[in-house]
Design a protein around this ligand. Structure first.
Ligand code: IMP
Ligand code: MG
Length: 174
């Protein structure tokens, strides 16, 4: 039961990166109408840190979604398990997600939010795992590019556990 966890990205490294991301987003969205949409559950830790490093007036809301079907952005479907309450028409939406993996969910989500009339839709991810990409999508803001390993911590789970770890790690028996 006592799995060993190898630290891949430390708490200190994450803190430094969040400060840089926050600074960049603050510059890019100055004078805009920024709405942060956080994808549950995994992104809640990252989003909580990120919004506190952005020095702009902003609003935020949450979504929970999964993709199914053919798996690609053009033919896949999105299942919205929790939707936002706010109107995003004419707003600058920044989707905040824990990890960009196959990209299928984020690709469909981006399309959906654009269709709802957002002025712009960009993506910010804590982690990017390009080796597994299927959808034609990239993130506009990336914390760390990571290798093709199953990761836990900083919002990421294994069977709903480990989301609370303040670092990104790898289970040694995975
Ligand atoms: P996709 O990009 O549509 O494949 O979905 C990405 C989702 O898969 C993320 O939001 C995570 O919830 C989950 N995921 C992908 N890679 C990992 C991992 O290494 N550890 C834990 N969850 C992961
Ligand atoms: Mg997720």
């Amino acid at each position: 039961m006592s799995e060993e966890i190898k630290v891949l990205i430390s708490r200190e490294e994450i803190e430094k990166k969040i400060a840089l991301l926050g600074k960049q987003i603050t510059e890019d969205y100055k004078g805009g109408n920024l709405v942060i949409i956080t994808v549950l559950k995994g992104a809640f830790v990252f989003a909580a840190d990120l919004v506190r490093s952005i020095d702009l007036p902003l609003t935020f809301d949450f979504m929970a979604a999964s993709s199914y079907g053919a798996g690609t952005c053009s033919s896949g479907n999105i299942n919205i398990k929790k939707d936002i309450d706010i109107d995003i028409a004419g707003k600058d939406v920044l989707i905040v997600e824990d990890i960009l993996d196959t990209g299928n969910t984020l690709c469909l989500l981006k399309k959906l939010l654009k269709d709802r009339g957002a002025k712009s839709v960009k993506i910010c991810v804590a982690l990017d795992k390009p080796a597994r990409r299927q959808a034609d999508i990239s993130a506009d803001y990336v914390g760390f590019e990571v290798p093709d390993l199953f990761l836990i911590g900083y919002g990421l789970d294994y069977n709903e556990l480990y989301r609370d770890l303040p670092y990104v790690g790898v289970l040694s028996n995975c």
